[in-house]
Design a protein around this ligand. Sequence first.
Ligand SMILES: [Zn+2]
Ligand SMILES: [Zn+2]
Length: 646
Amino acid sequence: MIKVTLPDGSVKEMAQGVTPMDVAKSISEGLARNVISASYNGTTIETTTTLTTDGTLILYTWNDKEGKKAFWHSTSHVMAQALQEMYHGIKLTLGPAIDNGFYYDVDFGDKKITDADFKKIEDRVLEISREKHEFKMRSVSKAEALEVYKDNEYKTELISNLEDGTITFCDHSNFFDLCRGGHIPNTGIIKAMKILSVAGAYWRGDEKNKQLTRVYGISFPKQKDLTDYLELLEEAKRRDHRKLGKELELFHFSQKVGQGLPLWLPKGAALRDRLEQFLKKAQKKAGYEQVVTPHIGMKDLYVTSGHYAKYGADSFQPINTPAEGEEFLLKPMNCPHHCEIYNARPWSYKDLPKRYAEFGTVYRYEQSGELHGLTRVRGFTQDDAHIFCTPDQLDAEFKNVIDLVLYVFGSLGFENFTAQVSVRDLDNPDKYIGSVENWEKAENAIISAAKDKGLNYVIEAGEAAFYGPKLDFMVKDALGRSWQLGTIQVDYNLPERFELSYKGADDKLHRPVMIHRAPFGSMERFIAILLEHTAGNFPIWLMPEQAIILSLSEKYENYAKKVLDLLENHEIRALIDNRNETIGKKIREAEMNKYPFMLIVGEEEEKNGTISVRQRGQEGKGNISVTIEEFAAIINEEINKTLKQF
Ligand SMILES: [Zn+2]
Ligand SMILES: [Zn+2]
């Protein structure tokens, strides 16, 4: 008998040689029907693998990440089988599962796969799947494996790097593949499959190697899941911030200015400014002071901070002055500058904490292939701040920052988030700067603050930066995608390097602790995510224009202007569309431009001193006729729904 421990801690005494599927059946038939993969003592195994020692068993279903991984990887085998049947002589390489689906890298030789072939391949995959072939692992000697794949230089390379005795093949139907394992029980549960795209990919990611064809696919246990997924992809395309940014005239990229350097158009600049003012106001209440620092700094500044040693080679290279031989770097981080602001005068413990905030623009080199809209750029503005405090103040300061981050998320409609506490990798202590004692203090402060604020958090070992542990917020957007937003980071290292100090109650000099934090992260990336989350329908308080006045004809221009003046008195941002166009066309365009309110004015309205209000997304309700005062009350109510007092 062996002892099989389940995730809930319960222990089952089972006969030696049972399989995960046997264990599932012993729990319930229903569970057994849903189990598609398993792990034993932390290693991925098959549901048919025999268990011979005591251990911890986890059973996975489609709802688990591991379950999906097995499902998608298994489908890649079936797709490889279909490809091999349809394109003779191709060479298969690797076919792993990825976050959404799987791919298979194939050397098609003189053959070519095109979009027109996708349907045929998908049909064949489903045909094979319906035959309910079991996936079975088989051990193969190194010599045999090399013989089988003697015409495939890719598999030969893979096999050469494996130890004899550890090599396995996976069989299903009449197909086999070199594979470590981790499959679903049989092909029958693959009910829907789609090839998403093909792209070039170098063997082993090295551009010196041959370029292969990467075939991307995804599969599901239900047809409906595939339909939903494809709709989600379409919606993501519609919400792509690069597309919306163009349509809403927010930002622009010019090859002449340079790749990855966004140009903010008037409407985009107004949006940014509004976000900045919003945060500045809250920060002022939270006791922050604004500072301003230059866009470049002496190379030595970053040598002192340690950034140069760590990132210097991969950064924009130094700027040299013509006569004096000075070397400057484009500012990759604001922190060193803020340390020097702190160093501008001596401090007593009574003066702390000092909280310096700056919308600081920084420049980081990214390879051109890595650039993507506003989410990966070469120049961006952080909503940065650095808090210098005593070790005793750390807990309270950390909690205050969490409050600010939660206020930002709440005001911008991000309701679904988790926190990730990134701590050291204890197996690699050399990766980190600073004393073990300080690291422990910092990690404990973060975890206790996260607990205290009731955050839903996970602890990730090995994810900390080299200079300190951190708390990152992972936000889910309207499409269910996860984004990292808002970072709070404790740092015992820079205060050391910049020799920061304050005089304590004991009249001796002490090192302050530093917190780096940025609720938005960067303005560029945040606006990109906000665009995709809201599809451009920002909260009304943030909208560049909250209302558009649509005149029924040019005759009502004067009344439209009067309405605009009145709206301005109520601090409502609006504009007039007085073109000689039909009202239907004006409404359609206003809707496309996402104005939250359309205010229609004509003879009736002018006579009564009213406006006819149409709210975006509430067309079914019909227009309501109100005075400007009444409208101001309506819009303020809408604003107060999202924008709370900090
Ligand atoms: Zn496999
Ligand atoms: Zn910093």
